[in-house]
Design a protein around this ligand. Structure first.
Ligand code: AHG
Ligand code: MN
Ligand code: MN
Length: 338
């Protein structure tokens, strides 16, 4: 008898943790898994197909959109629209929400925020990229989903996770009861439970930050980087610097081996670069479930108010002790202006 547990089997088993659930959330996670497999298939042949390069449009953030971003966005929207459990989608690639207005979905309970393809500058160079998703219960009572349904604190997420398209494809998610990771077995086309109950090390020695922006970092971050680079046997320093430039990939490595990822304010991004709704909040929920922490340098990410779909935030995320130390440097050397 095989010991392999597929994502589908795991989701059904876990439904028992939610006694009043009618399976809607399970079906949503299943829909996300299906879209992820389709995106993975395209990512794997990105070097072959005529899918490389810019799509020739700018997204709402003023960045170049790659063709695969458009493809991934379309796939997730399609899967969530036909699934019947999601009444609105907020995506990095769309300025406004996408209202899912078919008969099946218009009174659905959930809304989904998504970064369909994260790390898109790495597509053309065969480096890991990802998808980030976040699921909320709608706050409006019925009818089409509304923008306000997304203006909830990160603490209100019912599920969140990511897919990494890397040396293998993995889906990692939480419903608030721990974190589980599934690796795609391409021979059977199924995500299989490979990383049950993931916990991130409390202390570690990897820091991930785009040091090219150093001169524009707040003093607290500059001092923390110097701290990471100092020699001190008792605290295992100097630490190692690792930065891929795909948030999902940097986060995934640090989740497993321990570490801190920082995207602070910079001259170019005075409010930080990453987006609260579909980048910071979902991975903050996940890292806390794995025993880690996420802040904007001063405040817990999950407690932050959200007033705009594409709101940005500075982010300090990863191993609890490392985030605490980095934040102590922020408090000591940088003024809270957030
Ligand atoms: P996206 O591809 O979804 O726009 O996200 C890019 C983000 C994130 O993945 C990454 O960590 C960060 O941008 C890298 O930014 P820098 O190139 O400024 O370091
Ligand atoms: Mn992103
Ligand atoms: Mn993206």
């Amino acid at each position: 008898m095989s010991r392999v547990k597929t994502l589908g089997q795991f989701i059904i088993e876990k439904q028992a943790d939610f006694p009043y659930s009618k399976g809607e959330l399970s079906r949503l996670l299943r829909d996300i898994g299906i879209a992820a497999k389709i995106v993975n298939r395209e990512v794997n042949k990105a070097g072959l197909a005529d899918i490389l390069g810019d799509a020739g449009e700018m997204n709402v953030q003023g960045e170049n959109v790659k063709k695969l971003d458009v493809f991934a966005n379309d796939q997730f929207i399609a899967a969530l629209s036909v699934g019947g459990e999601c009444c609105a989608i907020a995506s990095e690639e769309n300025e406004d929400i996408i209202v899912v207005n078919n008969e099946m979905s218009k009174n659905a309970k959930y809304v989904v925020a998504i970064d369909p393809l994260d790390g898109s500058s790495n597509i053309d160079v065969n480096v890991s990229i990802g998808t980030i998703f976040s699921i909320y219960r709608r706050t409006s009572l019925s009818g089409p989903g509304q923008k306000e349904d997304f203006f909830q604190r990160g603490t209100e997420q019912v599920a969140a996770g990511y897919v990494i398209y890397g040396s293998s494809c993995m889906m990692v998610y939480t419903t608030g009861k721990g974190v589980n990771g599934f690796t795609l077995d391409p021979s059977i086309g199924e995500f299989c439970l490979s990383h049950p109950n993931m916990q991130t090390p409390k202390a570690a020695k990897t820091y991930s930050i785009n040091e090219g922006n150093y001169v524009h970092f707040p003093d607290g971050v500059k001092k923390y980087i110097k701290y990471c680079q100092e020699e001190d046997d008792s605290t295992n320093r100097p630490y190692s610097s690792r930065y891929i430039g795909s948030f999902v990939a940097d986060f995934h490595r640090n989740l497993i081996t321990g570490g801190i990822y920082i995207y602070p304010t910079t001259f170019k991004s005075p409010k930080g670069k990453l987006r609260l709704l579909y980048e910071a909040n979902p991975l903050a929920f996940l890292v806390e479930q794995a025993g880690g922490k996420a802040t904007d340098g001063y405040h817990r990410i999950l407690d932050m108010d959200i007033v705009e779909l594409h709101q940005r935030t500075p982010l300090f995320i990863g191993s609890a002790d490392m985030v605490d130390t980095a934040c102590s440097y922020m408090l000591k050397y940088s003024t809270v202006d957030a």
